[in-house]
Design a binder for this molecule. Sequence first.
Ligand code: ZN
Length: 237
Amino acid sequence: MVLRRTDFRESSRIVTCLTRTQGRVTALAKGAHRPDSPFLGRVDFLNELQATFGPDRGGLRLFVRAELVRERRALRAPARFLAASHLAQLCEFALPDGRPEPLVYDLLVGGLALLERCPEPAIGQVVLGLELRHLEHLGALPDLHHCAACGVRLDGGAYRHDGEPGLLCRRHARTPRTAVGVEVLDLLRQLQATSGRQWPQLALPVAARVAAPLPALWLAAATEQRSRLRALLFERG
Ligand SMILES: [Zn+2]
C-alpha cells in the first residue's frame, strides 16, 4: 500500500509503503518520473501493489517492480479521502520499519474497502469502528462494560479522569471526574460488537461526532506510550 512519495534527484522517487509481510518499507524507485517508467501511474497514494524490493543492506532499498492490484478511485471524494488518510496514518504508526503486523495491515485494507463504499453519512461511524478495532490491536481499548477499578457492570453510564484511559463506576471515580453518557457507551459497544460490514447500517443512539472525543483520547494515550522517539528519549539514561 503506497503511503507517501517524495521526489529524489531529477527522475526518481522515494516511496514509503505499508506491507503485510515486512511492515513499513521505504524504497527508491529509480526513474519513476520518466514517461516510460513501469512505476508511472502505479505508485500513487493508497494504491495497492504487488511489489518487489531489493535486499535490505542497511541503506535505502531498491523498489524493483510494482504491479497495480487495486486503485481506490472512490476515495478521492473529499470526505472519504480525509477518513482514508486518517486511517492510513493510524496504521503507519503501528507498523514499524521491517516488522510485520498483518492484523494492522488487514485493518487498513478492510477499512479502506469500507470507506470506499459506505454511504457518506456513515463515514463517521465507520471511522469510529475502525479506531476501536485499532485500539484493540494495540491493547489500548479500555473495557467498555466494566469499571476498571472493581469490575462492576457499567449499565447507567460511567466516569473517567483526565489522563487515565479506564472507565469507572460512580464509587471509584474521585472528583474531579467527567461523566460518560450511556448513549456514548452504547454507541461504542455496538460498534465493538458488530462486524465492519454492519457498521454503516447500525442505528446508533447518538451521532458519531458525539462519541468521537473518547476514542481520540485513547488513541492519543496509546500513541504517546508507543512513540519511538519518546522511548529513546527516556531510555537513554
Ligand atoms: Zn468501580
